[in-house]
Design a protein around this ligand. Sequence first.
Ligand SMILES: [Zn+2]
Length: 252
Amino acid sequence: MSANPITGQGTSPEAWQASRRLAEVASVQAQALVPNRSRAVIVSPHPDDEVLGCGGLLQALAREGRHILLVSVTDGEASHPDSRWWTPQRLRATRRQECAQALTRLGVPHERMTWLHGGFPDTAVARHEQALTNVLLDCLRPGDTVFTTWRHDGHCDHEAVGRASAAATRQIGARLLEVPIWAWHWASAQDPRIPWRRARKVLMDEAALARKRHAVQAFVSQTEPDPASGNPPVLTPRTLERLLHDFEVVFL
Ligand SMILES: [Zn+2]
């Protein structure tokens, strides 16, 4: 994306509910996406993307007793650039803790998860794309199933992480599945820029969606107004409503 498309209110949750294109997307079981012989890897640009994009999938894999490798590319320290309260240092520590709490709420046992922290600079991953590709080449194995943010998601880090994951999985012989996050904001409900033919839904039942909602609320730094300035949260109720469908979408 050349311009920043994440401005204004974005497409309404109601518009997505009425989207024929979205309604027509076929569903797939989490177990079919990640066959037994394959390890699931989540490459997440910021702490919260793994839950927003894959919170249902993570629950399904955890129920099956599967091992998960989570790569947190940044610590999300740039979410509040002008805040006196949410300094980069405080965000770094807090967002890791929030993420750990969210994973617990999803029922992902810590002993069945390997968690790598990339420590790449939030909002500047694109400047370190080759270094990130190298990190991924070190930790991926042939046959892994890798979930990451879509290469055209509209946020510079999401796109850089998508590209680096694509390069690494191609070189190592792993499978890549891309997940839209900010596209729900900027895309229109029938948007031709969305790769609808590659899209599949991973369905969640009511209990799984409730657990995902609860997990997202662990990210207090993102869901509550800034205590110093009173500025609205990064993840407003409207943004969350748009993201919390009873399914998750992946692009094959
Ligand atoms: Zn993000």
